[in-house]
Design a protein. Structure first.
Length: 174
């Protein structure tokens, strides 16, 4: 038996492999081996171009599109292409209006799980992205980046088409 795993029986009498770190269990030993990498941080699959590591070979296969620029997954409605099938599925929800993920606090709905998780931070008040140049902190990394560009770098990348005045955020153009 592998270290860090126990073999337990399930209702059908078939053996089940249980992670000893968390509640994960599976009928297949190789699935437990892959799962353990969540805890160990092991990334045995390396990109030969940039040397980025991956815990699963399938993730390395998806990563190769970063270097090739290949986007084999095409939207049947607008023809926009994506490198990952999961990204295409998220995009297709913009056409259908389907928002399957809802906030556990206020029930606001979202088309992607990541958007839901990002929104839920609003309710916690958690601001895990501190500015390294001042004492400000932000709930989202993008907000911190906008702050640094606008406040510390003085960047104003958005210009008004009528008067050519520049602004740090597009929402300031009226």
């Amino acid at each position: 038996m592998d270290k860090g795993a126990s073999e337990v029986g399930n209702r059908e009498g078939k053996k089940k492999f249980q992670c000893e770190v968390c509640d994960y269990s599976t009928r297949w030993k190789h699935n437990l081996t892959k799962h353990r990498r969540v805890h160990t941080g092991e990334k045995p699959y390396k990109c030969t171009i940039c040397l980025k590591g991956f815990s699963q070979s399938s993730d390395l296969q998806k990563h190769r599109f970063v270097h090739t620029g290949e986007k084999p997954h095409k939207c049947s409605i607008c023809s926009k292409s994506f490198s990952a099938k999961s990204t295409l599925k998220e995009h297709e929800r913009t056409h259908s209006g389907i928002k399957p993920y809802s906030c556990s606090v206020c029930s606001k709905t979202f088309s992607t799980f990541n958007h839901k998780k990002r929104h839920e931070q609003v309710h916690t008040g958690l601001k895990p992205f501190p500015c390294h140049l001042c004492s400000s902190s932000f709930g989202q990394s993008g907000d911190r980046a906008r702050h640094i560009n606008a406040v510390h770098k003085g960047l104003k990348p958005y210009s008004c088409g009528l008067c050519d005045k520049c602004f740090s955020q597009v929402l300031h153009i009226q």
